[in-house]
Design a protein around this ligand. Structure first.
Ligand code: SF4
Length: 655
């Protein structure tokens, strides 16, 4: 009978179940560069007290999506480098294994040591999207951790969440103990210090004392120590520290890693066992973006821009390739072609790996930052995939509203260069439902795509030119200028998408060369509810989960009907509803559920930028124009860190 001692491997319990599930390899672990440390790696103090702090880290989606996630991979390595800490990973289990685990009474396990998640000190969950919330509840339940934070005891892990979705943690406030806002590297080490000290002191005051220490430290927001008062019409009156929770901040500030060079992670990237969504070695070449696209939460909450130098990037690429054997390097950021040394970096890497079967890719390229030299460097080793650009809005007018400073002529010039250089396929991303949008703005996408095909045929002299239009519903996000905007309803979104599809199909000259991919409006409404909801939405998430909701990011598992039915039941006798949280425009004076989470952005500046959007005014990027006082740098004592450094890519270290 395998031991059920905390820290014991439960693989012997899991293994017999794997023959009866899909993709069992995703649960076995043992990847190249994975780590399994001794459960007592930190040793014991002279008083016999534990000196090890144990983290179970989760990406709340399937292995194939979670394994390549840079955030979890970085924290996994940063924590395991500490002699007194250990970190293991866990991902969402598919429904087939969930059922078997329940019937065999086997808990949620890590993939590294197959240890029960419930036995760790901290359970850290990284949310890139809100659609992972139901999987999070499944993991808590399978781990034997009470769903509600208020019902947890001293023996339960401290449940800590992070990731972009945590900039409005209120919808899941009832289920989490602490929220790390912003960059995680320094925060997880600070939390490890706090938990380690509390354990070494013999756990004084129990869980309550530990959470109070965490809140007072400011390293994380502890929702349980704050109360929310509401106005009769449903709006929030205020969010404030509870009586007795003295010394905790009214607003909790985000963490910003100021010197990326000090954090050259991941050094030894994990090499997946099963097929994953990204099969490449990724290096983050800079963090943050100040292009100022008003719909883009990532660009707003990760300010300011902090570049990694060409030398640092070169060292990380070399070390990562040596440690993994990957054949593709992804140069990651929110807009990689904006790196001040991108030309030198791509040329230097293409020179260095020419003939070595190592491909380079830039996951995100802005139309106005793209150039053919860059594209040729990227494809020098013969790997040429399609090009993807994101104009986002179909008309010049709507692009001014969203501050996407790309003109139609910019786009046409860029695709002309690409088609002339031999590309045959271009993908264009758009959104539907943007503030002030009309049918005409969306229909202009059809004429834009036709002009792309016309241009491609003209410059290449070929007819096998293709352009794919990919479009989805716009979801207003917290900490952006559009946080006050009303969201377009699902039916209205679908009607506008139908108009566009019909316009493209009706184009006898170019329609057959234009692909059309779209996400209908329904998932966007659920994402909107979870993005801008408050604590009252927690009951909806729990009801959906109890009703079988899982993997909401997967169309084959997502059920709009279930979400709307559960929300209607939960909000039945209240003054709020799904529409209230999604399609309703907010006033400047309304207290927003996330106003006590300090992203560094000045609220007045966000409101002014919202007004500028309505006036179709554009704002330039503070990397290339004077600071426009968004508030981040002075408030957080940071500054933008961009090159060029004038350094060069060091030659390969001879092996
Ligand atoms: S404070 Fe100024 S320099 Fe800093 S990110 Fe905002 S606009 Fe840019």
């Amino acid at each position: 009978m395998p031991s059920r001692e905390p820290g014991a491997s439960r693989f012997a319990d899991l293994e017999p179940l794997l023959a009866r599930v899909q993709k069992p390899v995703q649960y076995v672990g043992g990847e190249l560069n994975s780590t399994v440390k001794d459960w007592h790696c930190g040793g014991f103090g002279p008083d016999g007290a534990e000196r090890t702090v144990r983290w179970a880290l989760m990406y709340p989606d399937a292995y194939e999506v979670g394994l390549p996630n840079q955030g979890v991979m970085i924290l996994y390595e940063v924590l395991n480098e500490r002699p007194d800490a250990l970190a293991e990973r866990t991902y969402a289990v598919w429904p087939d294994l969930e059922a078997l685990l329940r019937s065999a009474d086997v808990p949620q396990l890590t993939v590294d040591g197959h240890r029960a998640v419930g036995g760790f000190d901290l359970f850290g969950v990284s949310f890139s999207t809100e659609l992972g919330y139901t999987n999070f509840l499944t993991a808590l339940d399978l781990a034997g951790i009470p769903l509600h934070a208020a019902e947890r005891g001293d023996g339960d892990p401290v449940v800590v969440v992070g990731g972009h979705a945590s900039f409005n943690p209120e919808p899941i406030a009832d289920f989490v103990d602490a929220v790390v806002v912003g960059d995680g590297e320094e925060a997880v080490l600070r939390l490890t210090d706090l938990v380690g000290a509390w354990k070494a002191q013999g756990r004084p005051g129990g869980r309550a004392e530990l959470l109070l220490r965490i809140a007072r430290d400011g390293v994380a927001y502890v929702p349980g120590l704050y109360e929310v008062d509401y106005l009769p019409d449903g709006r929030i009156r205020r969010v404030a520290p509870r009586a007795g929770a003295s010394g905790i901040p009214w607003r909790v500030a985000k963490h910003t890693v100021t010197d990326l060079h000090a954090w050259p992670y991941p050094k030894r990237p994990l090499v997946p066992l099963a097929e994953t969504v990204h099969e490449r070695m990724s290096v983050e070449i800079f963090r943050g973006c100040t292009r100022g696209c008003r719909f883009c939460q990532a660009g707003m909450i990760t300010r300011p821009v902090r570049e990694r130098s060409i030398t640092g990037i070169g060292q990380m690429v070399e070390a990562g390739l040596a440690a993994t054997g990957f054949e593709e390097v992804g140069l990651l950021s929110l807009s990689s072609a904006d790196h001040s040394e991108i030309g030198e970096i791509t040329k230097g890497l293409a020179d260095r790996y020419e003939g070595a079967q190592v491909g380079l890719s830039l996951p995100s390229t802005r139309v106005d930052a793209f150039n053919i030299d860059l594209a040729n460097e990227l494809t020098r080793n013969g790997r040429r995939s399609g090009l993807t650009f994101a104009p986002e809005g179909g008309s010049e007018r709507i692009r001014k509203v969203i501050n996407k400073t790309v003109t139609e002529d910019d786009l046409i010039a860029t695709v002309a260069a690409a088609y002339a250089a031999g590309w045959r396929q271009v993908k264009l991303y758009f959104m539907c439902g943007l503030p002030t949008e009309t049918d005409s703005d969306v229909l202009q996408i059809a004429s834009l795509a036709a002009r792309v095909i016309e241009t491609g045929r003209a410059v290449s002299g070929r007819r096998d030119i293709r352009c794919t239009v990919s479009i989805g519903g716009f979801v207003p996000k917290p900490h952006t200028p559009f946080q006050w905007a009303g969201q377009l309803g699902a039916e209205a979104t679908d009607a506008r998408l139908r108009l566009l599809r019909e316009a493209i199909r009706a184009d006898r000259r170019y329609g057959s060369s234009i692909g059309f991919r779209y996400h209908d409006g329904q998932p966007g409404i659920v994402e909107g509810l979870l993005s801008r909801g408050d604590r009252r939405v927690g009951a909806v998430i729990e009801r959906v989960w109890r009703d079988g909701g899982r993997f909401d990011g997967w169309s084959e598992h997502f059920s709009y009907e279930r979400w709307m039915r559960c929300a209607t039941e939960v909000f039945a006798d209240s003054s709020v509803s799904v529409d209230w949280f999604t399609t309703r425009e907010r006033s400047q004076s309304e207290v927003l559920p996330w106003d006590h989470i300090d992203s560094g952005l000045d609220r007045e500046w966000l409101w002014e930028d919202w007004q500028a959007a309505l006036a179709e005014e554009q704002v330039d990027d503070c990397r290339w124009s004077p600071c426009f006082d968004c508030g981040v740098c002075p408030q957080l004592g940071t500054a933008i860190e961009v090159g060029p450094t004038g350094r060069t890519l060091l030659p390969l270290t001879p092996r």
